[in-house]
Design a protein around this ligand. Structure first.
Ligand code: DLZ
Length: 206
């Protein structure tokens, strides 16, 4: 990670994700960066023992839609529209896609009514906001971060803040580990680790 003090310190305790169910809710704006971040998060979840069928992905148009989607995912009304990580990551070149039944009228979505319907232990909200020439960026960053915190505190379910708020496209690429000049570090991995740690701790705290 280079000569810097600013990094994600892994806790020395190992957390076992084998009984955890984690949702990744992601925006579709800036897709190549989003895809890399999802890959990083999923690899870390799997490395921590989270099972494929317990990683559920839900996409939304943009970051502004993340808080409501996270809230609904936590409440449980999402299950019919989500896809498991295995399905999505088949498309990203990770994991083996399993066959899925398309939900009528929702292209690309898959019906996982057979997936275990237990509550989620944590949700990772992933979005990439890149500053433009107007105030749009400031308003969305501010409202999304506050709203995600609210969802987390209101529900008691950890919501991991996986929203990059960057000034340039290159900064976004570097934070997804796919920078053109400096490859950088994939922050999705940190979010996967944070989800497993917070889900485990929240269970212990009761
Ligand atoms: C409109 C917009 C713009 C300009 N930029 C981004 C962005 O960089 N990242 C992102 O996730 N979403 C962006 N959006 C879309 C908004 O988040 C939202 O989807 C729309 O305003 C509709 O509510």
């Amino acid at each position: 990670m280079g000569d810097t003090v600013k990094n994600f310190p892994q806790f020395t305790e190992k957390f076992d994700g084998s009984s955890l169910r984690i949702a990744i809710v992601h925006a579709r704006w800036n897709k190549s960066v989003i895809d890399a971040l999802i890959s990083g998060a999923v690899s870390k979840l799997k490395e921590s023992g989270v099972k494929d069928h317990n990683i559920v992905l839900q996409s939304v148009p943009g970051s502004f839609e993340l808080p409501l989607a996270c809230q609904r995912v936590i409440v449980g009304s999402h299950v019919q529209a989500g896809a498991t990580a295995t399905d999505l990551l088949g498309g990203l070149g990770i994991g083996t896609p399993r066959s899925a039944t398309p939900v009528p009228g929702s292209a690309g979505a898959t019906n996982f009514s057979s997936a275990p319907n237990k509550p989620f232990d944590a949700v990772i909200a992933i979005g990439v906001l890149i500053k433009g020439s107007t105030m749009h960026f400031e308003y969305i960053c501010e409202s999304v971060s506050h709203a995600l915190m609210r969802v987390q505190l209101d529900s008691g379910v950890p919501v991991i803040f996986g929203v990059l708020t960057v000034l340039t496209e290159e900064q976004a690429l570097e934070r997804a580990g796919i920078g053109r000049v400096n490859k950088g570090h994939n922050h999705g991995e940190d979010w996967g680790a944070a989800a497993v740690e917070m889900a485990s701790r929240t269970r212990r705290w009761g």
